[in-house]
Design a protein around this ligand. Structure first.
Ligand code: SF4
Ligand code: SF4
Length: 165
């Protein structure tokens, strides 16, 4: 990961208490323009942040897997879902399906995804800051400030936009 991204994540970790409180209040207030503003901040953040210079989500978080994700990935490898699961998938402490290993087994050394067309839905949606009804995702957004430099930037922007939240 680029050093500048690492620094953004370190800063977010030092501000984790402040960010948590802010996002909890924001969820209660639910401003009418929250989606619009978050999407604008998301686009702005990704103008300067290149996922291929980062890959921190694929290295340290990994997606939750739905049945349809497992079926799609199994088909990608011409395996049955049971074969794919036995090789790559485990159940975590919350009874969710996740990959057995981190970094993700499908992350290449140049940070490209080797199963991009068949990647899990959670990978397609990450880091969620371009999705609708973002107020429902502020808890995960809090955790993602410490994983994704773009989310750290978005939350800094939200704090400036809603200083009284
Ligand atoms: S989505 Fe965020 S954490 Fe993942 S590679 Fe892109 S910038 Fe990094
Ligand atoms: S499937 Fe692809 S996008 Fe998803 S975590 Fe693995 S490498 Fe990253």
């Amino acid at each position: 990961m680029l050093e500048s991204y690492q620094k953004m994540l370190e800063k977010a970790k030092t501000k984790s208490g402040e960010n948590k409180k802010f996002l909890e209040k924001l969820k209660q207030k639910k401003p009418a323009d929250l989606d619009l503003l978050t999407h604008t901040l998301h686009d702005k953040a990704f103008e300067n942040i290149d996922c291929l210079q980062c890959a921190n989500c694929c290295k340290t978080a990994g997606p939750l897997l739905l049945d349809k994700d497992i079926s799609r990935l199994a088909a990608h490898f011409r395996k049955t879902p049971a074969e794919f699961t036995s090789q790559y998938v485990k159940i975590d402490e919350d009874a969710d399906y996740i990959f057995k290993t981190l970094p993700c087994p499908f992350l290449l050394s140049d940070h490209y995804c080797s199963v991009y067309e068949s990647r899990p839905n959670a990978c397609r949606e990450f880091p969620h800051t371009s999705q609708r009804n973002i107020y429902q995702k502020l808890k995960i957004t809090y955790f993602n400030t410490m994983i994704c430099p773009a989310v750290a930037e978005v939350v800094e922007g939200l704090k400036k936009a809603y200083p009284s939240a």
